[in-house]
Design a protein around this ligand. Structure first.
Ligand SMILES: [Zn+2]
Length: 193
């Protein structure tokens, strides 16, 4: 039976690499993969999904106003979505319909929460609707499990307010444990200290 999968992790937890390896596994078995990513993430141009270990592939970009049901191509065997935290709740509902009515498995990779530790709307809807929820684990600089996607300013101080979506890489974000994040916030420590 097809399932809706949500595989979440913090920044630097190799989510994109996992998504691209999963795509490769399906393609090796002769399966047609529809690789998608929401439009909000434009770090690597408009269509290229790129992992830090060098894997990359071209994805179809889904705008926030798009219906995924309408855009879904005929004849595909699986849908893989990276940066799924940026899907709208309605688009996650679309994926749920595709899984259950077209019997196409959907694998979503993305962040659980934003830089203020609050769920992204797309991730919230995936927690509500997914059949399978798994964590892609990574570690904080202290060795504990990273759970918070800390955002830093140019001097290395933790950002405590701002827009939920600010696109950036390792220069702006770091996956850290809650204790290290809290310590940097309340004691106003720079990540470079
Ligand atoms: Zn830590």
């Amino acid at each position: 039976m097809a399932k809706l999968y949500f595989k979440f992790g913090a920044m630097d937890s190799s989510k994109t690499a996992n998504a691209l390896m999963t795509r490769f596994n399906y393609m090796e078995k002769g399966k047609k993969v529809w690789l998608i990513k929401p439009a909000t993430d434009n770090r690597d141009g408009t269509t290229i999904l790129k992992s830090r270990i060098g894997l990359q592939a071209e994805a179809d970009v889904i705008a926030a106003t798009d219906s995924i049901i309408e855009r879904c191509p005929e004849g595909i065997d699986v849908i893989i979505c990276d940066e799924c935290q940026f899907l709208t709740p309605e688009q996650v509902d679309d994926l749920r319909v595709i899984v259950s009515e077209k019997h196409i498995p959907v694998l979503c990779f993305g962040l659980r929460a934003d830089f203020q530790t609050h769920l992204f709307p797309g991730s919230r809807r995936l927690f509500e609707l997914a059949d399978s929820i798994t964590e892609i684990k990574s570690i904080c600089r202290c060795g504990a499990k990273a759970t918070v996607n800390a955002r830093f300013d140019e001097k290395g101080y933790v950002c405590v307010d701002g827009d939920q979506v600010v696109i950036g890489g390792n220069d702006v974000y770091e996956g850290v444990c809650w204790s290290c994040w809290h310590d940097m916030v309340v004691n106003h420590k720079s990540r470079y200290e």
